[in-house]
Write a new protein. Structure first.
Lengths: 330, 330
């Protein structure tokens, strides 16, 4: 098992990526190939000795977080993300993880690996915590303008992913809309609903924004614009609430005491909602296992992403997704 | 000042609506006309004497929360929402409030009052709490499929509303997208951005989901599908977090003590995020002041909605919006 990690990708790269890789391989049978500028990686390692279960693959280029993906990829043929995907294509590694420019990862993955037969548009699946376990939200940003069939494919791929990698039996799939009735929603959702109704998926109908975090469905399908807004909004609300609670508690003597006493339970609560615990977001629909991590990924987030990715490889999710998609070929 | 309230609209109508009206008029120079079935309203009042500053307008019909708006309006000519809007059209009241079927309120308002010149699509503006004061999110559900000009009009109307009724000086307007750059977003947003760039509004560019609750902009414009998902998602996240904190605190002795000590600060925090404090959502773009309340509105929510609506009437927001829209006539 060998996972290539884009050592140059992310707001805290290469330090947090390198450290996350070291922690991930510790005690487990995982090998990580750090892809990026050797000098920068060696500096982050703090030693010239390469740790056990880690290897380096040097390349010069880096796609910046704010660069235009396609332009950057054309200009920098040897960027860390392209090189990492090259290793995957050639069978030298089993998966690729990047916390770098997600548009570039998406574009490079499609260009380099190609799409699974029958998939017009790969989608990014975000795994979110709920009170009852994880929910998969797809797509969270790969496709901003979708056709109904794209949404159906997202559902099929997430179904294969969820049942394989998250061990969810016969996952319940909901279509994100603004009312439960099939007549509600925009044109895209109304047409997609007809496709879902005809499918053999465990489709439970429309769900609303408020249902995303109840855990009543296992998979929520939407276009990448809506999904990205929803994902970032959730992050924003959680942050605001955490700050507000802290401030309210700090502002009174009783509150300060409560804050000290409640430190552990409040800590547990924050962890339950922390994306760091849940690894990265798989890009479903390309011919390879590619995981997109949050740009602000910490050491812990990278570590967990590597470990869950190793699980996806073991679960042979790719073959299962291909097999599942056979039924939905146009 | 006379505000018509749809006494039959809402999950807890007529009881909570009637009680909310009684509390709203107490001590203030506001008159409320309760529109609905007289017998039901009298029962909710618990007396045959009509309280001061309250009057009744009897009608037979009610549009149910789950009825198809247009069908119900066609069938029930004398529904409470149609009757209330009739009073507004005839100048007998100054504004209409309903916590009933929001699709029916929207459709009836457009049919009965008509649109302000230059407005193709009225939009529902939700006023949300942030750490720095209220933010206006428009549209939250009136229009699920929009054209770029509709988004511009939402911005213009919210600008007039925010500067008049919320006393925000030169409100900062952001367009909800999935990246700050103008090239990011779906086709609708990219085209709308060009219109905003050319406008004389205080347009600050694209904002993302995580920016909705930071309070850095005063107005956030989006189509009604995205806005409705965002609104309901925020509600869902706040509820889930409140439950999770409660559960974590309940599950340990220290946590239980913290919960008792922290009751007041945590209560303050919940109130800050409670829609009940913020009244209803104005429907901007129709020829009259119409406020749509949450279906689950409590007594307090109705009371606050009536009081803030009285403020909008006093601020003469309608005239100011008409005046502002003159500049944007097609």
């Amino acid at each position: 098992m060998n996972v290539a990690v884009d050592a140059m990708g992310g707001d805290y790269a290469p330090e947090s990526v390198v450290q996350g890789a070291i922690e991930a391989v510790s005690g487990l049978d995982i090998h990580v190939t750090l892809v990026g500028h050797e000098k920068a990686i060696r500096e982050a390692l703090g030693t010239n000795r390469t740790p056990d279960h880690i290897s380096l693959h040097h390349c010069e280029g880096v796609v910046g977080m704010d660069e235009s993906p396609l332009k950057a990829l054309r200009k920098k043929k040897d960027s860390s993300i392209s090189e990492a995907l090259g290793l995957l294509k050639n069978g030298q590694v089993d998966a690729v993880i990047s916390a770098g420019n997600s548009g570039a990862t998406l574009a490079a993955a499609v260009l380099s690996l190609g799409r699974i037969n029958g998939v017009e548009r790969p989608g990014i699946a975000s795994i979110l915590p709920t009170e009852r376990g994880p929910v998969v939200l797809i797509d969270v940003g790969a496709n901003v303008d979708c056709r109904p069939a794209h949404l159906l494919h997202f559902g099929v791929m997430a179904d294969a992913f969820s049942s394989t990698c998250l061990a969810t039996k016969n996952p319940k799939i909901g279509l994100l809309s603004i009312g439960e009735e099939g007549t509600k929603g925009n044109e895209l959702v109304r047409l997609a609903r007809e496709l879902f109704d005809k499918s053999d998926l465990n489709f439970v109908g429309n769900v609303e924004g408020r249902d995303i975090f109840t855990g009543e469905v296992d998979i929520i399908v939407c276009d990448g614009f809506v999904g990205n807004v929803a994902l970032k909004l959730s992050e924003g609300v959680v942050k605001m609430m955490s700050r507000l609670i802290e401030n309210e508690l700090k502002s009174s003597i009783l509150g300060r005491s409560a804050r000290i006493l409640g430190r552990k339970p409040i800590g547990r609560f924050k962890r339950r909602l922390n994306y760091e615990e849940y690894g990265g977001a798989p890009l479903l629909g390309v011919r390879g296992i590619v995981i997109i991590c949050h740009g602000g990924s910490s050491v812990k987030a990278i570590k967990n992403a590597i470990r869950s990715t190793a699980g996806y490889v073991n679960d042979r999710v790719l073959e299962k997704m291909r097999f599942r998609l056979e039924d939905y070929k146009p």
